[in-house]
Design a binder for this molecule. Structure first.
Ligand SMILES: Cc1cc2nc3c(=O)[nH]c(=O)nc-3n(C[C@H](O)[C@H](O)[C@H](O)COP(=O)(O)O)c2cc1C
Length: 402
């Protein structure tokens, strides 16, 4: 972790708890644990999730970095307990087991599409549970908690965030170019996070049919960020480009196999005149006196936010644990055997969209801390206001025809 806003997580899927430590949060930010729990509940919802969601009812515990409801400017640590821990206490014990212990949950047949085989080779674990426990997407609950805190920071600057599912198993749903509150309310009311009811019904069918076959389905989600200032990220170096940082963050979510910004790969099929967003003059008195009739760029040009909403799309592969398992081989005998199967989701695209929001919230919050200094919230707000004033003056001469 560097000196800027950053975080890391620790914890195994069936371990005692998940832990996240966030560094670089400004002092003076009000953090509400209830708002974090609401985000955790959003991650747990979704048609097609497995039995674990009934066991989990995630609740955050903030253990340091805050006093009397506000951040101190020091590292913030949080934990999310595992309600299933009593059933795993021996299997996942940190301490050496007693002489009589024999694992009942050893994993010796790797699952195609999971980290099992590659991780066993990398770390030298004969029991692939030692790999899958960390590769499991249970870890994304900690990311959602971190994202919830980043969202609380962003809301201080009027920056808002939404996500929706745009495809499950090949059933696609259109999203308006500039979705309104009514659209987002529909999304939040949908158990597949889809704003189009007809498409949502077809998505249910696709999930049911896959589940009945012992199969799984993937899909795509979109994250939309509104209200952010132009000028976040930079064209200066490859590491600073906001689009590259968003792509890495969303791609880091387990099972995400492609990330697009704005029109994404469709840009390859269209001429420039149908890709680039014209620039129109807005009100000369505004600090940002421009408007764009389209937002094909997804709010980023040259690696810098351009004042339009950011639109990021992630594609998720189907869940690799199948109840009708694919062929694999037992280790170390190499004897052909169906892949390991355990309680699992049929479809987790709606949950992945909530995790996508969290990762996008983190990247945008990090870029805000870089641009406006991250020591204290009041300093950040003052720097942000000074920036808007500078922009107002920057465009003033043109408004007066100078
Ligand atoms: C929210 C979410 C839930 C997931 N649930 C499962 C699951 O129940 N079973 C499973 O095998 N994989 C699940 N995955 C996917 C695996 O974690 C992922 O495919 C695996 O770690 C291998 O990583 P890779 O797909 O990025 O190569 C889930 C992913 C996400 C984002």
């Amino acid at each position: 972790m560097g000196t800027t806003l950053d975080f890391c997580t620790a914890g195994e899927s069936h371990g005692r708890q998940l832990t996240a430590i966030i560094i670089g949060l400004p002092a003076g930010l009000t953090v509400e644990a209830g708002a974090i729990d609401r985000e955790l509940a959003r991650r747990q919802c979704g048609y097609g999730r497995g039995g674990r969601m009934q066991i989990e009812s995630d609740e955050v515990l903030i253990t340091s970095g805050m006093r009397h409801g506000r951040t101190l400017g020091s590292p913030l640590a949080l934990t999310i307990g595992n309600r299933d821990w009593p059933n795993w206490e021996q299997e996942m014990a940190v301490a050496p087991p007693g002489h009589s212990f024999a694992s009942q949950r050893m994993v010796s047949v790797p699952r195609p599409g999971h980290a099992d085989l590659a991780g066993a080779a990398k770390f030298g674990h004969p029991d692939m549970r030692n790999v899958l426990e960390r590769a499991s997407a249970r870890e994304t609950a900690a990311r959602v908690a971190v994202g919830a805190i980043c969202r609380q920071l962003l809301s201080e600057f009027g920056i808002g965030m939404h996500s929706c599912v745009v495809n499950i198993g090949g059933v696609a749903a259109e999203v308006p170019q500039r979705p309104d509150d009514e659209f987002w309310t529909k999304v939040e009311g949908s158990d597949v996070r889809c704003g189009n009811e007809t498409a949502a019904d077809e998505m249910h069918t696709a999930i049911d049919q896959a589940g009945a076959r012992g199969d799984t389905v993937g899909g795509e989600f979109e994250v939309h960020v509104s209200g952010l200032p132009p000028g976040l990220g930079s064209n200066g170096t490859w590491q600073e480009r906001l689009d590259a940082r968003l792509a890495a963050a969303v791609m880091s979510i387990p099972a995400i196999k492609s990330v697009e910004i704005g029109l994404g790969k469709q840009v390859a099929d269209r001429p420039g005149s149908q890709v680039h967003d014209p620039i129109e003059a807005g009100d000369p008195g505004d600090s940002w006196p421009f408007s764009r009739p389209t937002n094909n760029a997804g709010g980023i040009e040259g690696g810098i936010s351009n004042g339009e909403p950011i639109v990021v799309r992630g594609a998720m592969k189907p869940i690799p644990t199948l109840t009708q398992p694919l062929p694999s081989v037992a280790l170390p005998s190499l004897k052909p055997s169906p892949a390991h199967a355990e309680r699992s989701d049929v479809c987790a695209v709606p949950a992945a969209s909530v995790v996508g929001e969290a990762m996008v919230a983190f990247v945008v919050a990090q870029a805000m801390c870089e641009k406006f200094g991250g020591d204290s919230l009041v300093d950040m707000q003052a720097a942000c206001e000074a920036y808007w004033q500078r922009l107002r003056q920057l465009w003033q001469p043109r408004a007066e025809g100078v």
